[in-house]
Design a protein around this ligand. Structure first.
Ligand code: HEM
Ligand SMILES: *[C@@H]1O[C@H](CO)[C@@H](O)[C@H](O)[C@H]1NC(C)=O
Ligand SMILES: *[C@@H]1O[C@H](CO)[C@@H](O)[C@H](O)[C@H]1NC(C)=O
Length: 356
């Protein structure tokens, strides 16, 4: 998309107000004449997209809610200061939203008549978190500019702010997503990869979302922050392939330490960092750990052991944090562009947990 398109404010679609007296009319005639040319120059966009552009752009709220970015950032910063892990939880929310019906805030809906919440799906149950922070952001935004900022855009902005607060790269977030009128627990179960999926299965699940192998390896670098429950990787510690042996790609000493906190049975909810070196820091230690058999999830280590193509990327990012960051901003914008609702589709929810 040409970046010049970003500059077109939505407001140019409405006509400028007319002065009331002839005197005023004369005084502003020449400037009005120039102002008339502006909408004319921009009108192709308005004519082509009378209900708003069918694509996302970073300046979407510049006129309708200029403080939106600042409000999201300050509430995310407060939440992360209180609990560092919240940065990881908010980043993951955006991912689990986008992989189900697109980035449309479907994950935020609670169950009600006609809606079975995605919060109860296998990947989300007892695991996904951060909803209270999103609620706090939404109510602050409803006070500042009612019915304007979508819950789906809040998720995208909160994911970016979380990444930056954890020491990761900044990117401009394309905006203008609208909120879904439903949820899909089947989609949540089907589309979000499981930690014991094979590499070909994981690659296929990303491909179905329009994401390639570079996007996969890069986005999985998000596991440089946050935590996993014992239940998500226990299989690797005791009986990876059904022969009663641990995953041979897992470092022995690291496996022994993990078994101490993740017994054969019980302790399902015990938490372990997905990057044991720097769990609150968005850096490239996740990739460095994979090189030495210290990836936590099977789906993490498999990036290094599963194919030459993914291995080369792991090696590149382990050696060059700058290369990881530069690709991360591209891949996460791509993920954020998965089939958004735009124009007059969907709605702007008042409350992220329910449809209006
Ligand atoms: C093959 C793909 C992926 C798999 C199998 C996977 C799996 C998991 C699992 C099992 C957990 C721990 C959940 C728990 O036990 O409670 C987790 C946590 C996390 N995932 Fe992923 N994930 C994948 C891709 C991604 C992507 C693409 C992102 C972000 C763009 C992401 C961000 C996170 C974050 C930040 C956490 C920590 C959340 C927290 O501490 O609250 N993951 N993931
Ligand atoms: C993956 O884990 C799930 C849930 O623990 C389990 O039901 C399934 O059998 C595992 N799949 C494989 C291939 O090990
Ligand atoms: C490992 O898993 C296989 C197949 O799931 C099962 O038959 C076997 O009893 C397990 N072995 C141990 C030691 O748990």
């Amino acid at each position: 998309m040409p970046s010049s398109l970003y500059k077109y404010p939505k407001q140019v679609c409405s006509s400028p107000s007319t002065p009331k007296t002839l005197e005023q009319d004369m005084a502003v005639y020449s400037i009005n004449f120039l102002l008339l040319l502006l909408p004319l120059a921009l009108s192709p966009l308005c004519l082509a997209f009378p209900h708003g552009a069918p694509f996302l752009y970073p300046q979407f709220y510049d006129h309708s809610c200029p403080k939106a970015h600042q409000i999201v950032q300050s509430i995310v910063a407060k939440a992360v200061a209180k609990e560092a892990r919240m940065a990881a939880s908010l980043l993951r929310l955006h991912f689990h939203d986008c992989f189900v019906k697109g980035c449309d805030a479907s994950i935020l809906l609670d169950s009600s008549q006609g809606i079975v919440s995605e919060k109860g799906s296998i990947p989300n149950r007892n695991s996904i978190r951060g909803f209270e922070v999103i609620d706090e952001i939404k109510s602050a935004l409803e006070k500042e500019c009612p019915r304007t900022v979508s819950c789906a855009d809040i998720l995208a902005l909160a994911a970016r702010d979380s990444t930056v607060l954890a020491g990761g790269p900044f990117w401009e977030v394309p905006l203008g997503r609208r909120d879904s009128l439903g949820a899909s627990i089947q989609g949540s179960n089907r589309n979000i990869p499981a930690p014991n999926n094979t590499l070909p299965t994981i690659i296929t699940k990303f491909k179905l979302q329009g994401l390639d192998i570079v996007d996969l390896v890069t986005l999985l670098g998000s596991h440089t922050i946050g935590f996993s429950r014992c239940t998500s990787f226990r299989q690797r510690l005791y009986n990876q392939t059904g022969n009663g042996l641990p995953d041979f790609t897992l470092d022995g000493g690291y496996a022994a330490r993990l078994r101490a906190g993740c017994p054969r049975s019980g302790g399902d909810q015990n938490l372990f960092p997905t990057d044991f070196v720097s769990p609150a820091r968005f850096d490239n230690f996740y990739f460095k750990n994979l090189l030495v058999g210290k990836g936590l999830l099977s789906s993490d280590e498999i990036l290094f052991t599963g194919s030459p193509e993914t291995r080369r990327l792991v090696e590149l990012y382990a050696a060059d944090a700058g290369a990881f960051f530069a690709q991360f901003v591209k891949s996460i914008v791509k993920m954020g562009n998965i089939t958004p609702l735009t124009g007059s589709k969907g709605e702007i929810r008042y409350n992220c947990r329910k449809i209006n």
